[in-house]
Structures are given as structure tokens and as C-alpha cells.
Design a protein around this ligand. Structure first.
Ligand SMILES: NC(=O)c1ccc[n+]([C@@H]2O[C@H](COP(=O)([O-])OP(=O)(O)OC[C@H]3O[C@@H](n4cnc5c(N)ncnc54)[C@H](OP(=O)(O)O)[C@@H]3O)[C@@H](O)[C@H]2O)c1
Length: 265
């Protein structure tokens, strides 16, 4: 099926690695003009800049003006914005509710929730004026399934899920569809980087290291029915469909992609 994405203009936030990098690559391979926003330019992102014409916007999306600058870059480069993927998010294994200060909570709100709010505030009027657009927010299984190790993260992701529906209610009648993808467990630096969730699960399960934990102990411990983590590329098909006009009847929904980890419908 031709998703008819060729020539569309997109912003992907948090695009230097992990899921955002894969989404950027998939969109660019489908002919979309993409601005990829992140603080750093990894070798993999540099390859997309060189090979597929992706534009890198270096920006801290946890800062007040960051998201607006990233949206403006899409307009400056391509003359408008059709697709906004609010992918940026951050979490590290925590020590439970009592370990979290106000600063920790504020940081979680800034990066997991307000970054998307601010990007939407800049992009939605442009999309409405142009007759439509598609917004995809990357939430999490933790939006629905809280866990003491990620209390602040889960709460801010749940807010993003709620925001997705509210925005759809207000703007889908004016052509702007808004959806969310809730990944379960995806093999990205969030899991594989030193001090990430892989190391913590390795500690808890006596695994050799993070990669051993992700391969073996974690899928069972986390109840992932298919028996393994997702690769970032496995989120792209759904994201492309939501971004495309082929998904014209899809709005106001959150789609779980969790290999069966959630035990409710
Ligand atoms: N991996 C999972 O299992 C999983 C599960 C559920 C939901 N998710 C969600 O999926 C999204 C992507 O996760 P991921 O696993 O791909 O994360 P990741 O591997 O940690 O990558 C995060 C990306 O966001 C960028 N970023 C972080 N802070 C930033 C900031 N202040 N300003 C600009 N860019 C920033 C990073 O680039 P720089 O460091 O270069 O800025 C990087 O490109 C997140 O919203 C996450 O919550 C992930």
C-alpha cells in the first residue's frame, strides 16, 4: 500500500537514537522531509542527514523555548508542518516515590509532557490553517500500568495519553488527527545504556549484564508474551499509518505495542 507520505513535512523529537531515530529513518525513506530534534548528533543521525536529507535541529526540548524552535525549523526549511511526532521522553530506574524531589518531578513534566504540549502549541495552528495534519505522541505502557520504579515517568505519560484525547476532541473536527503509541519494552539506549533499566534488571535477577538481562530474564519478569523486547523499527509501521492520510479515521486513540505485556484489553 502506498502511504502517500512523499513530500510531507515532519518533526520528530528525541531523534538521535532509539525509537526517534528509527521513526526519522522510516519517514525519510518514505519521502518525508524530516527535521530531527535532539541535543546531540549521533553517528546514526549524521548518516540520515548525509544520506536521506534529514535536517538536524540541535535543541534541549526540556527547555521552555526548545519545542517552538524545533517546529519553527520545519517551517523555515520546508514551508509548513504536516506531521508531528512527539517522541522525546526520559526515564531512569528510580528508588520509589519517597526518593523523588520537586526538582525530579519538574524535570519529568518538562521532558515527558510539556515538551509535547509546547510542540503542539506551535504546530497545531499551522496545521489548522493548512487544512490538517497528524500528531503522534509516544506514550508508554506505564501510562496505564504504574510501577514504583518509574512513578514520575508513569504519571507524566498518563497525562500525555489524556492530552492526546483532549487535543483530538478539539482539533480533529478541523483536520488535525491526534493519536498515541504506547510501547511496552523496546531495546533502546533507555535500556542498554550504562545505569539504564537493563543494568537494574540485571542486578535484580543476577544476570551477567544488561544485554543478558534484556535477552533472557527481563522478558519473563515483565510478562512479555512474545518472549522478547521490541526492536525500535517494529514501531514504525503503525507510526507511518497514523501519520498518513490512509489513517484518516484514526484519531483520539492510544495504541499499545507491547508484545502482550499488558494483561488487560
Ligand atoms: N524504550 C522503551 O522500552 C520505551 C517504552 C515505552 C515508552 N518509551 C518512550 O519512547 C520514547 C523514546 O524512547 P527511547 O527508548 O528511544 O529513548 P532513548 O533511547 O533514551 O532516546 C531518547 C532520545 O531523546 C533525546 N532526548 C532526551 N532528552 C532530550 C532533551 N532534553 N532534548 C532533546 N532531546 C532529548 C535523546 O537524544 P539526546 O540525548 O541527543 O538529546 C534521544 O534521541 C520516549 O518517550 C520513551 O518514554 C520507550
Amino acid at each position: 500500500m502506498d502511504l502517500e507520505l512523499d513530500g510531507k513535512r515532519a518533526l520528530v523529537t528525541g531523534a538521535s537514537k532509539g525509537i526517534g531515530l528509527s521513526l526519522t529513518r522510516a519517514l525519510a525513506e518514505h519521502g518525508v522531509h524530516v527535521v530531527a530534534a535532539s541535543r546531540s548528533r549521533t553517528r546514526e543521525l549524521a548518516d540520515l542527514v548525509d544520506g536521506l536529507g534529514v535536517v538536524h535541529q540541535e535543541v534541549d526540548l526540556g527547555s521552555e523555548g526548545g519545542a517552538a524552535r524545533a517546529v519553527q525549523r520545519v517551517v523555515d526549511e520546508f514551508g509548513g508542518i504536516d506531521i508531528l511526532i512527539n517522541n522525546v521522553g526520559s526515564s531512569a530506574p528510580g528508588a520509589g516515590f519517597l526518593s523523588l524531589s520537586d526538582d525530579d518531578w519538574n524535570a519529568a513534566w518538562e521532558i515527558n509532557f510539556l515538551s509535547a504540549v509546547r510542540a503542539c502549541r506551535s504546530a497545531v495552528p499551522l496545521m489548522v490553517d493548512a487544512g490538517g495534519g497528524s500528531i503522534v505522541n509516544i506514550t508508554s505502557l506505564n501510562s496505564r500500568q504504574p510501577h514504583p520504579m518509574v512513578v514520575d515517568y508513569g504519571v507524566t505519560k498518563a497525562a500525555l495519553t489524556n492530552f492526546t484525547k483532549a487535543l483530538s476532541e478539539e482539533f480533529a473536527p478541523r483536520g488535525v488527527r491526534v493519536n498515541a503509541i504506547a510501547p511496552g519494552f523496546v531495546r533502546t539506549p533507555m535500556w542498554t545504556a550504562p545505569g539504564g533499566f537493563g543494568d537494574r534488571v540485571a542486578e535484580l535477577t543476577g544476570s551477567r549484564d544488561a544485554s543478558d538481562a534484556i535477552e533472557k530474564a527481563a522478558p519473563e519478569m515483565l510478562g512479555i508474551t512474545v518472549g522478547r523486547f521490541a526492536e525500535p523499527e517494529e514501531l514504525c509501521g503503525l507510526a507511518l499509518l497514523l501519520a498518513s492520510d490512509r489513517g484518516a479515521m484514526m484519531t483520539g486513540s492510544e495504541y499499545l505495542v507491547d508484545g502482550g505485556a499488558s494483561k488487560t484489553l
